[in-house]
Design a protein. Sequence first.
Length: 133
Amino acid sequence: LLRTHGSHALISELKETVASWPPEHLGELLVYLCFEGGTEWPSAICGLGADPNFRDDEGQSPLSCCVHGAMTEFGQPGSDTFGTILELLTLGADPDTRYIDSSVISLALHSNQPKAVCALLLADPNLKRLEPD
């Protein structure tokens, strides 16, 4: 729905379909959709009760999914998740989020996402969180 009809269609569907979901299910939806990017819907999902720092069973957070979603794979460009990252940071997502052994900032740096790196550093300029790898 997000990919084919955009944020407004998704928000309308969310209000009707998932408004009664428990926060952990909303968090899983937030993590999943972050791979696709987009704006306005993260605020809508968090407004229904999702935590912008939710972690799924694999340890993925909304911010780590944004970075992974923007990566180029098999020669295919990733999703435009920069606006999603900005919105999640505004909603209180922790820029020091980690996925496995790396910070989200390091993931963005190593996958050549300079705008994401800048946004994450500006949200929390504590450089000691960057790994030396």
